[in-house]
Each structure stands twice: as C-alpha cells, then as structure tokens.
Write a protein that binds this ligand. Sequence first.
Ligand code: SF4
Length: 227
Amino acid sequence: MVGKSYTRIKKEKVKEILDLLEEMYPEAGCALEHANIFQLLIATVLSAQTTDKSVNRVTGELFSRYPDASRLAQADRSDVERIIRTIGMFKTKAGNIIGLSKILARQYEGIVPGDYSTLITLPGVGRKTANVVLSVGFGQQRIAVDTHVFRVANRIGLADGKDVLETEEALMKNIPENRWIQTHHSLIFHGRNLCTARNPKCEACLIRSHCRHYNAMKERGYRKNGI
Ligand code: SF4
C-alpha cells in the first residue's frame, strides 16, 4: 500500500513555530483534574466532545465516591449517571467508564496498562484518549489530535491532513519526537486562546508570519485591493 506523502516543512521553521508556541503558553499542560493515571483515563473518556471544564465540574464528586477501578466497577450505573449528567452523552459514558473499570479490576489488578494496543480495547477509549493517557500519564512522546490540534496544526501548516489520523501522522513527521508532548498541549492552548474556530485573533498571534492560513488570507486581501 502506498502511504500519503506529507508536506515537509523546513526544520528551522518548525523550530521557530514551536519555540514561539512555548513562549506564548509556558504553562500549557493537561487541564483535566486527576490524582493518578486511572482518574486521568476516566476524565479523558468523559472529555470526548465536551470541554475539560465541564468534566472537572463532575469528577470531584465522581472520584471521591469511586476513586479507583475496583470501586467504579461495582458502582450503581444510575448513581454514576446522576453525577455526570451535565456532560454530553452521559449515559453512554457512564456505561463505558464502569465497563472499562470492570476490565481493569478483573484483568489488570486495577492498573491502567501503559501500552496503546491494550488501551484501545477498553470501552470508550479511542486513538486520542489512548495517546493522552500515554503522554500525560506515562510520559511517552505522543501527539493526541483533538479538535483544537486538528484545526490549529492544519491552519499553521504544521500538517495538511484531511482527518485526525493524517494530521497525527503529518505532525509526527514534521515535529521532533522529543517535542510531541509539549506541542500537543501548546496547540490546544493556542486553539482555546487565540486560534479559535471562529474569528481567530491573528493580529495578536506571534506566529502569524509563519502561518499558512494567515498568509493566504493576507494574499487574498492584497489581491482584492489590487495591491
Ligand atoms: S495567525 Fe491566526 S490562523 Fe494562524 S495560528 Fe495565529 S491565530 Fe491561528
């Protein structure tokens, strides 16, 4: 099978972009509150298609009642649904987090496995969730592509992927491996703060001179104005 060929960006340009992103967001990191890897896994499953803030509002009570896999495995589903009812798809997510806790308690002594191929077999755990758990929880260099990473990376030109998988592969090709974890967090912070889905605040953005989207917009503006 012939794989997609990705646009490679010059190493120096990538370095400048990543340095600027880190300068803009030195505090960038996982915003999901958790005390251990199990809680990180649960919070990440709950965060699918909802904000980290709304997850943090429910995990305080959830983790105080069900702090580990063995206790969540035995939870009454209606009680879990009651606690997480303010987040999207709460019924499905309640089933998933109880289901994955049962598997962890039964097969892994309640310990979250640190390998991708096992993680993605757990209910509610897909590519993005597994990568977040492996990078934040286990310190492995991974790039988890969520909605912010997808949008921002493709706007800047660090990737040219039409979907999450292509974007992840392009980022892994263009970005040095030792910067994958931090880049994932920086891109999320940038997507939340300046490079928002609607009306990105390009004039306040330090990387605009490197940004494919910004330069294309500028070019279009020049043409429109006959410059
Ligand atoms: S210049 Fe605009 S589109 Fe480009 S990264 Fe910055 S905010 Fe996003």
